[in-house]
Design a protein around this ligand. Structure first.
Ligand code: M6P
Ligand code: ZN
Length: 194
């Protein structure tokens, strides 16, 4: 039996950074064309191409049954038009795999969607544990003026299905409303998603 050695990693709670061994994924606006509802606002930001979010994985988990992946997600503050910076969002390739999020700093909204396009949302801040149920697409949104940082924990072999969300969009979007936010229907959503 090849046992995985035990280990710890230290998360900087304010920044969300996990120092070495770091596997970091960065997503800029150019990595998510057409994801935001306001195409003109997206165009206006094209040259600046802001960094929207980063994922710092805690380790390079073997993608096999029984192993767990975890990492921090750091969504920077900002908007494309009225719509707050957000992750791409995905279903799991093994759609039955659930996931847990734990808020570390800042304020965010977790959007959830069934394959029939029914959405729910949950507000998250430091200390919030959010459960992402099986079969639901999930996307996180930074609705504050600081970084929104959370830990995620999921089956290492859950896999990612990005294509469904890329094509259909999310049925709900999160937009600025004065100093706060509101969750509204996405004008670009185009139906059943998976
Ligand atoms: C969370 C987890 C990760 C995911 C990340 C960014 O940390 O769900 O698995 O990669 O958010 O979201 P996305 O993959 O949709 O861009
Ligand atoms: Zn996931």
């Amino acid at each position: 039996m090849d046992y995985t050695p035990s280990f710890t990693v230290q998360i900087d709670l304010a920044s969300g950074a996990i120092p070495v061994p770091g596997i970091i994924q960065r997503r800029f606006l150019s990595d998510m064309p057409g994801y935001y509802a306001d195409a003109d606002a997206e165009n206006a930001l094209k040259a600046a191409n802001p960094l929207i979010y980063e994922v710092h994985y805690g380790w390079d988990a073997p993608k096999i049954d029984g192993q767990l992946s975890f990492g921090t997600t750091i969504i920077h503050p900002g908007r494309v038009g009225d719509e707050f910076f957000m992750t791409k969002g995905h279903y799991h390739a093994k759609a039955q795999c659930a996931e847990v999020y734990y808020g570390l700093s800042g304020t965010g909204v977790l959007l959830l969607m069934t394959p029939q396009g029914e959405t729910q949302y949950q507000e998250m801040r430091a200390g919030t544990v959010a459960y992402v149920p099986p079969y639901m697409a999930h996307r996180t949104v930074n609705v504050g003026s600081d970084n929104f940082v959370f830990l995620s924990l999921f089956a290492a072999d859950a896999g990612y299905d990005y294509g469904s969300i890329e094509q259909s969009g999310f049925a709900s979007i999160v937009v600025a409303d004065g100093a706060g936010y509101r969750v509204i229907a996405n004008p670009r959503f185009n139906g059943v998603t998976r």
